[in-house]
Design a protein. Structure first.
Length: 224
């Protein structure tokens, strides 16, 4: 009988251990905050991204000094964030850095949300296939050597999208645009590999008209 009691105790302890581990796995991990005086690989990543996008001219040395603070402030101001020079969760997310704020797969979900926001801002009212094509162009840029290598990097590249400056990007994406983003991320590319798109009725750049047209969907011309 004593043996049965010990066996039950071991089973209860095992069950409690499993439940405890499951609970710990579900607890979000807070993202680190980087500010003047911080150092390390994360700071180096921040500097590399800001340098690539033209905000930072200093050395990529992993030391969060005055020049890094200045660059972070410029990036924050350009992208509607609090310009305090501190690289917290929101700024890291805008930079396309993994913030560690949720379970596995959160980075992909963040990318999906950002992509849906830009599709909604740039292609609201366009045919569904045209919305997917806009998402595909953004993903094609991520893979192209001439553009930043993350979705956030492409979206926040200075001067790349008017939706960032006119406030449209700050709106919540429509449900259809969320679906379009998911289809684009799953590999559908109605743009035919385009890395540019534009509305000829609104574009004023003569350079964009010189690009080779691949497809025309709705009001957008897709080009390479």
């Amino acid at each position: 009988m004593e043996q049965d009691k010990n066996k039950r105790r071991r089973m209860v302890l095992l069950l409690l251990t499993v439940l405890l581990l499951a609970g710990l796995a579900a607890i979000p991990v807070s993202a680190a905050t980087y500010r003047k005086g911080s150092s390390g690989e994360a700071v180096r990543t921040i500097q590399q991204k800001l340098k690539r996008w033209g905000y930072y001219d200093g050395a990529v040395d992993g030391i969060y000094g005055n020049e890094t603070v200045k660059a972070v402030k410029a990036f924050q101001k350009k992208n509607g964030l609090t310009a305090d020079g501190i690289c917290g969760k929101a700024t890291q997310k805008a930079l396309g850095m993994a913030t560690g704020t949720s379970a596995a797969g959160a980075g992909q979900q963040d990318d999906l949300y950002l992509l849906a926001k830009m599709i909604s801002a740039e292609a609201r009212g366009e045919p569904y296939v045209g919305q997917v094509a806009v998402g595909a162009v953004i993903l094609n840029r991520v893979k192209h050597p001439s553009f930043p290598n993350s979705i956030a990097g492409v979206l926040y590249q200075p001067g790349a999208f008017t939706a960032l400056s006119d406030g449209q990007f700050n709106l919540e994406p429509e449900e259809q645009c969320r679906r379009a983003a998911r289809d684009a991320m799953n590999g559908w590319d109605p743009s035919g590999g385009a890395i540019y798109y534009y509305n000829p009725a609104k574009s004023t750049s003569s350079w964009i008209f010189s690009r080779e047209t691949i497809a025309v969907i709705g009001k957008h011309v897709f080009a390479k």
